[in-house]
Design a protein around this ligand. Sequence first.
Ligand code: F6R
Length: 241
Amino acid sequence: MEVKVFDDYHSLSRYAANLFLQQVRQKPESVLGLATGGTPEGFYRQLVQMSNEESISYKAIRTFNLDEYYPINHNHPQSYWTFMKNHLFSHVSINENNIFIPNGETSDVERECERYEQLLKEKGGIDLQILGIGENGHIGFNEPGASFASRTRVVELTPNTIQANSRFFTSAQDVPRHAITMGIASILESKKIIVLASGKKKAKVVSEAINGKVTEEVPASVLQHHPNVLFLVDQEAAVNL
Ligand code: F6R
């Protein structure tokens, strides 16, 4: 596991965008794993700007998002579909048929999870996965206690996550109670993983994930077992390292 510490959020985001673009240039048909949330917003801003400056083609790129609230309408302002459209997809030349996000509108959620897991396999697995990290150590929506063997499935969000994500909704009441998430085993099959962490609220969990015991109580600690993980952390998130 490699860790890089940056002076600020801007330089962290820029570095991540550069690595991502390197992957797109090297393998234009890459399968890319994407995260949503507050942390990657700067990364997507930089990525869109650099991609447009360099006229990078996303035509052959395939993307898989980690998760989606359940239930939620695609067009809900806080769905991860809407997030991805606003932050990336509507700004680059990606083919809509190559975008995969769990369907938060499905009436058969078990089947949707199986379909998603199957699609991941069919497309050859993820070349580069971008991850954020929850204050409680979650990756995707794999909350503390999630099995390291877990696959794409529907999960219940913890009160901590509902509270943390309520900043994007009118109130905590409006945050969906469930989500569809790629499992920990699914995430670990990615060839490379880049974790973004910013701000002092993440300092405790960043040190637990990197230097703590590997335990299902801190899902991100499992990354210590992956052969190709890079943590990009700003000063505030790195204070306990
Ligand atoms: C989002 C996701 C989550 C977030 C995590 C951190 O797709 O999978 O694990 O990465 O909740 O969120 P922020 O960046 O908002 O602190």
